[in-house]
Design a protein around this ligand. Structure first.
Ligand code: NAP
Length: 477
């Protein structure tokens, strides 16, 4: 008998997770939530577990590779932790395998006792205003995936010949996009930004970037270090406008009643930027507050500008500060606009989904049926597809651990799937039939080494391979 994880009750030897029968787990999505979930499962000394991780891309690490800004190399160091997880002999990676295309959820149910969906949030929220589909209007998420070399986005085109770019939203993604547009090519070429993006940004004619926030400076969603970092750009000045950065009466009262040092520091810093003398830089980033776009205007079939309404704040019954449109409007000329108002999860075929929230309905990570709200046996979720697109990379650790705790409780209760083919060999044989061109973790190690070597030739951390073909070529296939 093997003692059960986190409890004194043993898992019987012949039950999944016991000495004679490994618990087979499929983790779908190789981003931080997937790796943290795999790691926590594999760390359970008393659990006989095997983890197969899948990703639709040949490479692992999800948003760490394709979302974290190229000028934030330290954040990417977390992949060393994921590498250690992948070294566990009970862990296997199957990249270039898409759930819903190569393998269906039913196929996973046939081969695994438990399935964890960690697929993240793959699309973005829309603004819902006229003109949003014009040429020159894009989601920030597409731009981020493009400059980070995501194979599905590498061929997108952004018209960087435009002098003025508007970014709607005040989160860290909006700040990332603003920085990438404002940095000099010398700054960017020291990073692992995709080659095609480096080439396009080298020809950029962008002079002015304007971020639009619908609420005030104390409500800005970006973090304080990200705001501070904007002051370190080589050839771009950050500005704010008075009176937009003066705290309104409600916010002042709010901060007096419920002190929030970070919000206060952000507000103070943004206020100080309003008085900054002209630094004579070639680019300019203006951070605007209490404004919302209402209409994207058109000339010759493409974006020509944006109509804006000024907002005021009001307090809701539960104390939240919300924006409300005033009568005051203005127009801003711009040739390119990015909406950066949040990522959004997409449904997986045959898996419950809450369309409005863009998440898989769940109870602490246990997938629940959307209608009956009963647990869907053997199915779990973690990360953004569980809680929505919020938090930093580390937030996914606690989130994944919460899910794994539920999985362990269910193992102990014997409440797992009863797959017809619960062996590693059967799963691999099946995957080979469906997707012979899958990538293993050893393949990733070779690609990683190849990219780093390419980078050495040009003094960069790595040169990313951005097509499946170039990755196969690097592997000699
Ligand atoms: P976010 O932090 O949720 O910010 C979304 C922004 O969009 C907010 O300013 C929000 O304003 C605004 N917004 C939403 N709907 C809007 C609308 N209809 N009109 C105008 N503005 C609207 O999302 P994110 O920037 O996509 O980032 C996602 C997560 O990744 C966050 O947790 C973020 O911190 C994290 N991240 C971290 C880093 C980093 O650590 N460097 C980098 C990138 C992303 P309201 O506040 O008024 O709703």
């Amino acid at each position: 008998m093997t003692p059960a994880p986190g409890s004194s009750a043993p898992v019987p030897e012949n039950k999944p997770g016991g000495a004679n029968q490994p618990l087979r787990v499929a983790v779908i999505g190789a981003g931080p939530a997937g790796f943290y979930a795999a790691d926590h499962l594999l760390k359970q000394d008393d659990l006989n577990v095997e983890v197969d991780m899948f990703d639709r891309l040949p490479t692992p690490f999800g948003l760490v590779r394709h979302g974290v800004a190229p000028d934030h190399p330290k954040i990417k160091n977390v992949t060393k932790v994921f590498d250690r997880t992948a070294q566990n002999p009970k862990f296997r990676f199957f990249g270039n395998v898409t759930c819903g295309q190569h393998l269906s959820p039913a196929d996973f149910r046939n081969h695994y006792h438990q399935i964890v969906y960690t697929v993240g949030a793959q699309t973005d929220r829309a603004l819902g205003i006229p003109g949003e589909d014009l040429k020159g209007s894009h989601s920030a998420t597409e731009f981020v995936a493009w400059y980070n070399g995501h194979p599905h986005y590498r061929d997108l085109k952004f018209d960087l010949s435009q002098p003025t770019v508007v970014i709607v939203g005040m989160g860290n993604v909006a700040v990332d996009v603003a920085r990438i547009l404002c940095r000099t090519i010398d700054e960017l070429k020291e990073t692992d930004i995709a080659d095609h993006a480096l080439e396009a940004l080298a020809k950029s004619k962008v002079k002015r970037v304007v971020m639009l926030g619908r609420r005030g400076p104390a409500q800005a969603a970006f973090s304080l270090p990200e705001l501070r970092e904007l002051g370190n750009m080589q050839d771009a000045q950050v500005r704010t406008i008075l009176p937009e950065v003066e705290l309104d009466g409600l916010t002042t009262k709010h901060l007096a009643e419920t002190p929030d040092a970070t919000a206060q520091k952000k507000a103070d810093r943004l206020r100080a930027l309003a008085d900054a003398p002209d630094a004579g830089t070639s680019r300019d980033l203006t951070i605007r507050f209490l404004v919302s776009p209402t209409n994207i205007t058109e000339r010759d079939g493409r974006v020509a500008g944006v109509d804006i309404v000024q907002n005021e704040l009001y307090e809701t019954e539960n104390g939240a500060m919300r924006p409300r449109a005033t009568e005051k409007t203005e127009h801003l000329d711009c040739g390119l606009i990015f909406r950066s108002v949040g990522y959004l999860g997409v449904p997986l075929e045959d898996v419950p989904f809450h369309a409005k929230w863009g998440v898989i309905p769940n109870e602490k990570g246990r997938v629940t049926d959307g209608e009956s709200q009963e647990q869907v046996v053997g199915e779990y979720c973690a990360g953004w597809i569980k809680r929505g697109p919020s938090g930093l990379i580390g937030t996914n650790k606690g989130d994944a651990i919460e899910t794994v705790k539920c999985m362990l409780e269910d193992i102990e209760a014997g409440n797992v799937l009863k797959p017809e083919h619960p062996t590693a060999d059967a799963a691999e044989e099946f995957i080979r039939q469906r997707q012979p061109a899958f990538f293993s973790y050893d393949h990733w190690r070779s690609i990683d080494e190849h990219e780093i070597n390419l980078g050495k030739e040009t003094g960069r951390p790595r040169v990313k391979l951005t097509t499946v073909e170039s990755m196969l070529e690097a592997l000699g296939k």
